[in-house]
Design a protein around this ligand. Structure first.
Ligand SMILES: [Zn+2]
Length: 339
C-alpha cells in the first residue's frame, strides 16, 4: 500500500495525512463519458475510498477516440458505460470501492446517491443535469467541480456551498450555454486538460486544503493558444434561488424540469424550459448574431435559422423547433442556444 501511493505521499501538498484522508472519501461522478472516464481513472489511481459513477448510455465506437476507460470489446458488447467503467476501474485499483450505476441523473436518483458523498464531479454533457447537480450540491452542502469542453475549448470552476458563487449565479455573467460535445466535435487533449483541472481541484478538496482550491473560472482553447482565468468573487448573487438568501432549489422540482412535446400534426417540437425566468430577446439576438446565426425578430419572439431547422424563442423561454419531430435533437438545438 505504502509503495502504491508513495509518489503522491511524497508530494508535500498531500503527504501521509492527505493520503489517509483521500482513502476515507466518497466521490460521486455524474457521467462516464470523456470527462467521467478520465476523472474516475485519476481518482481511482489516487486511492479514493469510494467512487460512485452514474451514466445512462452505452459504449459506442465514436467514444473510443477520447473516453479512456473503454475498449473495442466494450463496443462490440454494447456494454453500458457504468458497467464497463466499473469493471475497468476495479482492475486498476482493487482497494477502491467502485459502484457503477446505470441511470439518468435526475433529481430523484441524485438525492438518493448524494447521501454520504464528500465531493461531486461534473462529467455530464448537458445543462439540465448540471443545474440539478448544482441544487443537490447546495441542498446537501457538497462541493462540486464544473467541467465542460467542446472542440479544442474547455473550462472548469469549483463550487463550494456557502463560499463560492454557484452555477446558477455564474449564468448571470458567463454565457455557459451551448457547451455540448455532441454538436461541435472535440479533440481529446481538450478533454484531458479539463480533467487535469477538475481532478487537481478534487485532490485539494479531498485532502481538505481549502486554501489551495482555485477560486477563478478557468477556460482555454488549445488550438488557438488561449488561456484565461476570471475572478468570480463578485458573481455570487444574493437573490439566487439555488444558493442565495432564500433557497428553493428550483431544479429539484420535477414540475420545473424541461418539458418537450411534438406539436400535433406538425413537423415541430415545443420546448418549455426548466427555469421560468424571462429571456432578454435583445441580448440573445446580439449574442447569436456575434456567433454568426441569422436572426430575425420582434419584441415578442426571435426566429433563428439553424440549417435544417428554425427555432423560435419566446420571452418566457419557450421555444418551437420547426423542421424536426425528434425530441432529443430538438432539445440539443434548444440547449445549444439557450442552455
Ligand atoms: Zn447561486
Amino acid at each position: 500500500m505504502d509503495e502504491r501511493y508513495s509518489r503522491q505521499t511524497l508530494f508535500p501538498g498531500i503527504g501521509k495525512d492527505g493520503q489517509a484522508k483521500i482513502n476515507q472519501k466518497h466521490v460521486l461522478i455524474i457521467g462516464a463519458g470523456a470527462l467521467g472516464s478520465g476523472s474516475a481513472e485519476v481518482l481511482t489511481r489516487a486511492g479514493v475510498g469510494r467512487i460512485t459513477i452514474v451514466d445512462r448510455d452505452y459504449v459506442e465506437a465514436s467514444n473510443l477516440q477520447r473516453q479512456q476507460l473503454y475498449t473495442e470489446e466494450d463496443v462490440a458488447a454494447k456494454l453500458p458505460k457504468a458497467v464497463a467503467a466499473e469493471k475497468r476501474l476495479r482492475a486498476i485499483n482493487s482497494n477502491v470501492e467502485i459502484r457503477g450505476i446505470i441511470g439518468d441523473a435526475n433529481p430523484e436518483l441524485l438525492e438518493e446517491l448524494a447521501v454520504g458523498v464528500d465531493l461531486i464531479m461534473d462529467a455530464t454533457d448537458n445543462f439540465e443535469t448540471r443545474m440539478v447537480l448544482n441544487d443537490i450540491s447546495q441542498k446537501y452542502k457538497i462541493p462540486w467541480i464544473y467541467g465542460a469542453c467542446v472542440g479544442s475549448f474547455g473550462m472548469s470552476f469549483s463550487i463550494i456551498p456557502g463560499k463560492t458563487p454557484c452555477l446558477n449565479c455564474l449564468l448571470r455573467t458567463i454565457p455557459l450555454q451551448g457547451m455540448t460535445c455532441d454538436t461541435g466535435g472535440i479533440i481529446s487533449p481538450a478533454v484531458q486538460m479539463v480533467i487535469a483541472h477538475q481532478t487537481a481541484e478534487a485532490l485539494k478538496m479531498l485532502v481538505e486544503d481549502w486554501e489551495a482550491v482555485r477560486t477563478t473560472f478557468v477556460s482555454f482553447d488549445l488550438w488557438r493558444n488561449q488561456y484565461s482565468s476570471l475572478k468570480m468573487s463578485k458573481a455570487k448573487f444574493a437573490g439566487c434561488l439555488s444558493c442565495g438568501e432564500e433557497q428553493t432549489y428550483p431544479y429539484l422540482d420535477e414540475e420545473n424540469r424541461m418539458k418537450t412535446t411534438v406539436l400535433c400534426g406538425r413537423d415541430t417540437v415545443q420546448i418549455r424550459p426548466s427555469n421560468q425566468g424571462e429571456v432578454s430577446l435583445e441580448s440573445l439576438a446580439d449574442q447569436l448574431r456575434s456567433l454568426g446565426y441569422q436572426v430575425k425578430g420582434n419584441p415578442y419572439l426571435l426566429s433563428v435559422e439553424m440549417g435544417e431547422e428554425r427555432m423560435v424563442v419566446f420571452q418566457d423561454g419557450r421555444a418551437l423547433i420547426h423542421g424536426t419531430k425528434d425530441l432529443t435533437h430538438a432539445k440539443s438545438i434548444y440547449q445549444r442556444i439557450l442552455g
